[in-house]
Write a protein that binds this ligand. Structure first.
Ligand code: ZN
Length: 42
């Protein structure tokens, strides 16, 4: 049986749907958009 750590290590890196940048591991609620795209510059 695969350990939880191995499972997450094998997950493909998330990429931002808008800019294509890699998304660092965060809460899933961020979806497929990176921090910058999720919080437009003000
Ligand atoms: Zn982005």
């Amino acid at each position: 049986m695969m350990s939880v750590i191995e499972f997450f290590k094998n997950l493909p890196k998330k990429k931002c749907q808008q800019c294509g940048n890699d998304i660092h591991e965060k809460a899933d609620c961020y979806g497929n958009i990176c921090d910058e795209c999720d919080h437009p510059a003000r």
